[in-house]
Design a protein around this ligand. Structure first.
Ligand code: SPD
Length: 357
């Protein structure tokens, strides 16, 4: 009898330890079972109340993680250590993920709210037919500047940033393609240039901007600019829109030489364990009122046409953030330049960052 009791206690102990280990693993590895959804998104890129609403509506609990660059996101998804059910990459990275067979095809029959998306943002070259990705937010890259701190100075060209009077005035978003793109555009080259001499020339031109650069930063760029810690920033349009609601001395411009037009879309990585829940989440985000709430919180430009009527008119008619097709046609969308070229962009960007130290 004593042996039986001892065996029972031993089995119970092992079970408890096993359960604790599994639960710990779930906490750290983003386990996605039927009742969990693991989402991987950019920082500051969803209204946190919407996660609660989704959890309440569906009974699915959300594990939410953030990244600050497409490259960081890709590395983690490729490693496969965490079972992401949803990720939100930009267009060139979607193409790359698809080329590396890292995505699950989306079942559009499960997305009745997809009809809310403006045709203009569907069926784009990086994902014909939206087989693998669904629009989330879109925008441009440009210069946000504080006309009050700069004594009324205006910006029209990337080359205006090289003005020696702007010593220590500029914050750059920490993005390899954005910063290298600024160097390329300032020389009249394409944002998708793969000519190594042009890329090196762009990096060397960026080195000469060093005296004017105060810092290269992540999401904190918004707070620094809004609090007037620096008068100029190279930013994504949505970050400019966000801080311009807080500080009326700020303005945003897309330089005349051209710039980047980008699209962030929701995808379901191959690591997904809750594909059904992922579709439910995407459809939830596509709802017009939910998309409007998200847009008000995030401040980026929504591709959801049906959401526009729930948003303040002055927001959605502002052509700095909702440029019409005639304007965006002049901008360039990043392409997937292939592993070797993308690595070269990243190496040059790193070299440029080192040069500053
Ligand atoms: N804080 C949210 C940042 C989202 C930026 N996405 C833009 C990517 C452009 N390639």
């Amino acid at each position: 009898m004593k042996q039986l009791v001892r065996a029972f206690i031993a089995i119970s102990l092992v079970s408890v330890l096993l359960l604790a280990a599994i639960s710990k693993l779930n906490d750290t590895q983003g386990y996605s079972g039927d009742n969990t959804l693991t989402i991987y998104n950019w920082g500051d890129y969803i209204d946190p109340d919407l996660i609660k609403t989704f959890e309440k509506e569906t009974g699915i609990s959300v594990v939410y993680e953030t990244f600050d660059s497409n490259e960081a996101m890709m590395t983690k998804v490729r490693q496969g250590g965490t079972s992401y059910d949803i990720a939100v990459p930009s267009e060139y990275m979607i193409e790359k993920m698809q080329a590396e067979d890292l995505l699950i095809a989306i079942d559009q029959s499960k997305l009745p709210n997809l009809k809310n998306i403006d045709e203009r943002f569907m069926n784009l070259p990086f994902d014909p037919g939206n087989e693998y990705s669904i629009p989330y937010f879109w925008g441009t890259v440009g210069i946000v500047y504080n006309h009050s701190l700069l004594g009324g100075k205006e910006f029209t060209s990337w080359n205006d940033l090289w003005d020696p009077e702007l010593k220590n005035d500029i914050l750059l978003v920490d993005g390899a393609r954005e910063v290298m793109g600024m160097g390329l555009n300032s020389l009249g080259y394409s944002l998708n240039d793969t000519n190594k001499e042009h890329l090196r020339e762009a990096k060397e031109k960026l080195d000469t901007l060093t005296p004017n650069i105060k810092a290269i930063v992540g999401d904190e760029i918004k707070i620094l600019l809004a609090n007037e810690e620096a008068p100029i920033g190279l930013v994504w349009s949505g970050d400019a829109a966000d801080i311009m609601y807080e500080n009326e001395n700020l303005d945003y411009v897309v330089p005349e030489e051209g710039s980047n037009l980008w699209f962030d879309n929701m995808v379901i990585p191959k690591t997904a364990k809750n594909v059904e829940g992922a579709h439910r989440f995407i459809n939830f985000i596509l709802d017009a009122e939910i998309a409007a709430q998200n847009t008000e919180w995030v401040s980026y430009s929504t591709p959801n046409k049906a959401a526009l009527e729930y948003l303040p008119e002055e927001m959605v008619t502002d052509e700095r953030f909702y440029p019409p097709a005639e304007l965006t046609e002049k901008l360039e969308v990043y392409e997937n330049l292939g592993q070797e070229n993308l690595a070269y962009y990243n190496d040059l960007f790193l070299e440029f960052k080192m040069h500053r130290k």
